[in-house]
Design a protein. Structure first.
Length: 166
């Protein structure tokens, strides 16, 4: 028969101290990046718009009809419509404190955050069955991080996202 002569294991206070240290370090790591969340919201908004634009292009090609991505700049929403103005999918909204913003490029009539190269101020982009599109740019601004993101649509329908005013 063996006798255990020493104490083994950890005292409750030791465990509490270790948990407190881990919690403090975790808190500092998560919240020390000051603009991490605003930047993520801005990037997320830009990527969501780009994804919807790409989806509208795919719909136009596969369904062999025109699709339009419509933006309500005042409400900060956007959606896809088919040729009969039926909404396809859900109406989406920009993330918190992200807005469509004037890029100050000096283009008269285009101070709303959208630069449309063919039909100014209709606040939408068309995609055609051939895969082509109305060209232009969408400018997003984060009120929190004071950063820009730009989503561009080329005439060939390609959509790109830039982490600056492009």
């Amino acid at each position: 028969m063996m006798l255990i002569t020493g104490k083994s294991g950890f005292a409750l206070i030791e465990l509490v101290v270790v948990i407190a240290i881990i919690s403090l370090v975790s808190f500092l790591v998560v919240f020390s990046g000051g603009d991490f969340f605003p930047k993520t919201r801005l990037e997320s908004s830009a990527e969501n718009i780009a994804a919807l634009l790409r989806w509208a292009r795919r719909l136009a090609i596969t369904k062999r009809k025109r699709y339009e991505v419509v933006f309500d700049l005042r409400r900060k929403t956007y959606w896809v419509e088919d040729g009969e103005t039926h909404t396809r999918g859900e109406v989406r909204r920009l993330e918190k404190n992200v807005i469509f913003a004037d890029p100050h490029l000096g283009k008269v009539g285009e101070e709303d955050g959208m630069i449309e190269l063919d039909d100014p101020d209709d606040d939408s982009f068309l995609f055609y069955p051939e895969g082509t599109a109305e060209a232009g740019s969408i400018y997003l601004w984060s009120k929190d991080s004071k950063r820009w993101y730009t989503v561009t649509i080329a005439l060939n329908g390609y959509v790109r996202v830039y982490p600056e005013k492009h």
